[in-house]
Design a protein around this ligand. Structure first.
Ligand SMILES: NC(=O)c1ccc[n+]([C@@H]2O[C@H](COP(=O)([O-])OP(=O)(O)OC[C@H]3O[C@@H](n4cnc5c(N)ncnc54)[C@H](O)[C@@H]3O)[C@@H](O)[C@H]2O)c1
Length: 343
């Protein structure tokens, strides 16, 4: 199983490569980056540890490696600035991302290849990849709320003094400001979390707020997420490679479940051979269901505006650069912002 990481010279890409190396499951790890030197340096460093870990082939490559890859992970992108929402990144990342999709197709992407999208805003970019790559939608998987979910579980464990691997709690919806904590099914090794000593409404709020703000905090303190996101990506890669059919909150094209249509967002998803094998619809509380619906609404609006802009062709006018200050509180990008691009 060959995994190529586009953006492999960056923090997320190189952390993913290290997580995959430590996992020892995939046979080849190829790092591709616009900064070829950086990709070569990361590959060299990883290779130096190979004799202590696993018999894998690790190297820096180029876009032509896409044609021989089983899984392509896309982590290339521009980082979120402190206090910048993931959706604010959209103007800076869509053109970069669609350029990479075009290069992948030109390089001879096979119809049997799986693509894992990590770059932000991940749900929007996953949707673009589904529409533009020509693969079946099941093979295009966004990291979605896998990282948010592991942060949530780890934060709960710390707060409740419980073992992290025994905490089961999900974040669904958007990987972003409208993410949804699913308290109704949260347990600690099967015990309802709301009966755990020390758990109450204020603890729940505190832990969820810390989870939602975790990305911004890590960016502020160390420049960006690395270790935890690398491990999260490894979960998805291994689920496909081992056909383990793990239920993960990845982002994929949803058409029906939870009343959501034509949007990529995270719902509980069985991941294995073939990619998305099943999207699982749970009996949630009404509040949770409405919150997922709200995520879908926010994302649908953004996707609509991105599609309009792409249909009009790339533009570099100042009017297309939206700042947080210009945006309404619900984080939708105002239609007028795209107007000049459509002329
Ligand atoms: N989905 C998630 O849970 C999640 C979590 C953390 C970060 N991210 C996202 O991952 C992306 C990368 O973050 P990072 O911290 O690794 O940034 P980074 O700046 O460290 O790395 C990005 C890399 O992409 C490379 N790159 C840029 N354009 C390229 C191109 N056209 N082809 C190949 N490589 C190219 C850069 O040279 C750089 O090495 C960002 O969009 C970030 O928001 C997503």
């Amino acid at each position: 199983m060959k995994v190529t990481i586009i953006g492999g010279g960056g923090l997320v890409g190189s952390s993913t490569a290290f997580a995959l190396q430590c996992g020892g499951v995939v046979s080849s790890i190829c790092l591709v980056d616009a900064n070829a030197d950086k990709a070569q340096g990361e590959a060299l460093d990883l290779l130096h540890g190979a004799s202590l870990v696993a018999d894998q082939r690790i190297y820096a490559g180029d876009m032509s490696d896409v044609s021989t890859s089983n899984i392509v992970v896309i982590t290339a992108g521009l980082r979120r600035k402190p206090d910048e929402s993931r959706l604010d990144l959209i103007n800076r990342n869509v053109d970069l991302f669609t350029g990479i999709l075009g290069q992948m197709k030109s390089a001879g992407l096979k119809e049997t290849t799986y693509v894992i999208v990590v770059s932000n805003p991940v749900d929007v970019l996953t949707y673009l990849a589904v529409k533009q790559l020509g693969l079946t939608w099941q093979r295009v998987i966004g990291l979605g709320t896998v990282l948010d979910t592991t942060r949530f579980r780890s934060n709960l464990a710390k707060k409740l003094q419980a073992p992290p691997t025994q905490v089961n709690a999900l974040i669904l919806g958007e990987h972003g400001d409208s993410m949804v904590p699913i308290w109704s099914s949260a347990t600690i090794n099967g015990l309802p979390i709301d009966q755990w000593p020390g758990f109450d409404a204020s603890t729940a709020k505190e832990v969820f707020d810390a989870t939602k703000g975790a990305g911004a905090q890590v960016i502020k303190q160390k420049g960006g997420a690395g270790f935890a996101v690398g491990l999260s990506i490894r979960e998805v890669v291994h689920a496909i490679a081992l056909d383990s059919r793990r239920v993960l909150p990845v982002s994929s094209l949803v058409n029906g479940p939870y009343g959501v249509r034509d949007v990529c967002l995270s719902v509980p998803t069985e991941v294995g051979c073939g990619g998305v094998r099943k999207q699982i619809e749970l009996a949630l509380t009404q509040k949770e269901r409405l919150a997922i619906y709200n995520s879908a609404r926010v994302l649908r609006e953004t996707i609509g505006q991105v599609e309009m802009r792409l249909a009009a062709g790339p533009t570099k006018t100042a009017a297309t650069v939206i700042t947080a200050a210009q945006k309404p509180a619900d984080r939708a990008i105002p239609r007028s912002a795209w107007a000049s691009a459509r002329k």
